[in-house]
Design a protein around this ligand. Structure first.
Ligand SMILES: Cc1ncc(C[n+]2csc(CCOP(=O)(O)OP(=O)(O)O)c2C)c(N)n1
Length: 662
């Protein structure tokens, strides 16, 4: 019974050693069974964690059951150690209803609040930022809980890894960042992935304590991680753990391991975490052959029984309504009517007031963004907020858009609302992935709400050039799962922002910078909300319907003011997703002509879709082709003359007149 792993004399109780052994044996035996089923075509894709079980099991056993774990695609041992009934796992892999995603996502892409597990999205890196948000939630709740998040060594090359470690470090978040360095990222060896000797060495650069742990030695994993976990529960801070291990099978089963030198395979095979631990326990007299046979028999029986349950489960019958209903969290908005007590304020003041009153209403709401605390944000919207609500709830962030969006999601997973301010809407591209893949798909994938508002100061007309002027709402309206709001007036900005914060779904809230200080309105002083998804008809007419939003509303109003003979319905959409198609159709059916004005350049913008909807739904009522008016197809130039030429404002009047004369 030779062991090729040196097990230090441990202070772990015998009972725990036996539990750890059983906890490693179970995922190994499940995997062996899954590999057979995979060959028989009875389950889909499989990512093997064989040879890496000591890490999943050791880390999970070191955490309390109510502490969140965020596993990756090779961490079956996390799910089994949290004692999820096996038939639910099997149903998940067969795309059945008793799984965790109603057949909507595959393999290990699932989470479950019942077991405090948050599953991955395919993009690997965002998982790390989600852990930051969960840990922040724990810290704010003062519950002394920690969380653990996994990544492969390949995933550490992503920007998300760096951002998440940086944020955790700056905010002293109690996260265990667990790198499983298993030699290969798909076919890429570590030598082509990073240049430092140990990934743990990176801890220094982030000001984070780090440790190297033999990932095949369950005693070492459990002993060290338990001690570290206990320590950071008392003194919250992140720790970087590099587990040295090896991937013993292909990236996924179909891809094989041809590119892995045989001698590497052979040497790591000798360090199998399960076989060695079994031999060690035998040699110590902790277990005997009889115990092993009995334990394996019991696990086999459990697997077979639960597999049968999953096989017996009916296949999902597709139901369109169910699919569509699950994209957003069901939510009945309660509209709180505005009072008559009003003050004449600017749009920027209205946003600030709405945000402040939302902070007062929701005692746990956290706002995050660059320079939003003492400095008050670059537009001064959060001026004075720190003094009123404190640094815990008004958080300056490092320049880490992606990690902060992911962290906002982590807060939501932990039951806390978040508003994130993009310094400029243009910079959302650096946080785009978690918005469209993590937030937008969350409820559909595993019924987890993403209770987040992302504020987006946007728009041109302020001479700010290609990177501070975009109105990029169309990047998001095409992604199911997001709501998109774009007010043009102070009263709407306040009421809709308050409504967006109340809504448990992810909302992109566009605020036009050129309107911030130029548009004044009498705004109700008290807290109120406006229904999301309802357009506003600003002017009633008979000859044409003008549909627009944002700055376009003011351009259209100006045009109508200087052309008082035009009788037009003017619709301010206010909400782009959901869209008030009812008001649009009703108006177009009455006037027979429609012109849609947007600030964004033409192709793929809101105007295109509104135009298509009108054509499809009001064709018989139209007296002319539907007209889209949009800015030109270039980036947004800085120089005043060029910017003026760029913007759709300058051609609207001509286009309107020509359509009226059609
Ligand atoms: C952003 C992104 N790029 C590429 C991929 C494709 N991909 C999936 S897993 C993987 C390798 C990951 O390697 P590593 O993080 O070391 O984890 P391991 O599979 O070795 O456990 C790659 C390239 C992806 N899922 N997401």
């Amino acid at each position: 019974m030779a062991t090729n792993i040196k097990y230090a004399p441990s202070k772990i109780e015998q009972e725990t050693l036996i539990t750890l052994y059983k906890s490693m044996l179970k995922p190994r035996m499940i995997e062996e069974k899954m590999l057979v089923l995979l060959r028989q075509g009875k389950i889909s894709k499989w990512f093997s964690g064989i040879g890496q079980e000591a890490i999943s099991v050791g880390v999970t056993a070191s955490l309390h059951k109510d502490e969140y774990i965020l596993p990756m695609h090779r961490n079956l041992g996390v799910f089994t150690t949290r004692e999820i009934p096996l038939h639910r796992l099997f149903s998940q892999w067969q795309g059945k209803m008793n799984g965790f995603t109603k057949g909507r996502d595959r393999s290990f892409h699932f989470g479950t609040q019942d077991f405090n597990i948050v599953g991955m999205i395919s993009h690997l890196g965002p998982q790390l930022g989600v852990a930051d948000g969960i840990a922040l939630g724990n810290k704010l709740k003062n519950n002394n809980q920690i969380c653990a998040v996994f990544t492969g060594e390949g995933g550490t090359s992503e920007g998300d890894f760096h951002e998440a470690l940086n944020v955790a470090s700056v905010w002293d978040l109690p996260v265990l960042f667990c790198i499983e360095n298993n030699g290969y990222g798909l076919s890429t060896p570590t030598s082509e992935q990073f240049k430092c000797e140990n990934l743990a060495d990176r801890g220094l650069g982030y000001g984070i304590e780090s440790h190297i742990i033999d990932g095949n030695n369950i005693v070492e994993v459990y002993t060290k991680v338990s001690a570290i976990a206990e320590d950071i529960r008392k003194k919250p801070r992140p720790i970087l753990l590099e587990f040295k291990t090896f991937r013993m099978r292909g990236h996924e089963e179909a891809s094989g391991t041809k590119y892995v030198p045989q001698n590497l395979m052979d040497s790591w095979a000798k360090k199998d975490p399960l076989v060695n631990f079994e031999n060690y326990l035998l040699s110590e007299g902790t277990i005997n052959e009889e115990f092993i046979t009995k334990t394996k028999g019991d696990i086999k029986e459990e697997i077979d029984y639960h597999l049968q349950l999953a096989f017996n489960e009916e296949a999902i019958v597709p139901d369109l309504k169910t699919e569509l209903n699950d994209v957003y969290k069901d939510y009945e908005q309660e509209v709180i009517n505005p009072s008559d007590k009003k003050n004449k304020i600017r749009l920027i003041d209205a946003v600030s007031e709405g945000l402040r009153q939302s902070m007062e209403k929701h005692g746990d709401l956290v706002i995050m963004g660059q320079d939003i605390a003492e400095y008050g944000g670059v537009f001064k919207i959060t001026d004075g907020f720190v003094e009123k609500f404190g640094k815990d709830r008004v958080r300056n962030t490092p320049i880490c858009e992606s990690a902060i969006v992911s962290a906002a999601y982590g807060l939501s997973v932990n039951g806390i609302k978040a508003v994130m301010e993009m310094q400029f809407a243009d910079f959302v591209s650096s946080g785009f992935n978690p918005i469209v893949n993590l937030l937008a798909k969350s409820h559909y994938r595993w019924n987890q709400k993403a209770d987040i508002v992302v504020r987006m100061p946007c728009g041109a007309g302020v001479g700010a050039g290609p990177f501070h002027s975009q109105t990029n709402e169309a990047w998001f309206t095409k992604t199911p799962g997001l709501k998109v709001i774009y007010p043009a007036f102070p009263q709407d900005a306040k009421g809709l922002l308050c409504a967006a914060v109340n809504d448990p779904n992810p909302v992109l809230f566009f605020e036009h910078k050129a309107l911030y200080r130029s548009v004044y309105q009498e705004v109700s002083e008290d807290y109120f909300t406006i229904e999301i998804g309802k357009a506003n008809k600003l002017q009633e007419g008979k000859d044409i319907t003008i549909i627009t939003y944002g700055a376009g509303v003011h351009w259209a109003l100006e045009t109508l003011e200087s052309n008082s003979e035009i009788s037009a319905d003017l619709i301010d959409l206010r909400s782009l997703q959901p869209l008030d198609t009812e008001m649009i159709y009703e108006s177009v059916k009455k006037t027979g002509k429609a012109i849609i004005l947007q600030e964004d350049s033409l192709f793929g913008g809101i105007a295109s879709d509104v135009s298509a909807l009108i054509t499809e739904n009001c064709f018989e009522f139209l007296d002319a082709p539907v007209k889209r008016v949009a800015s030109i197809e270039t980036p947004i130039p800085f120089q005043t003359g060029l910017e003026k030429q760029y913007l759709s404002k300058n051609k609207f009047e001509d286009e309107l007149t020509s359509l009226l004369n059609y």
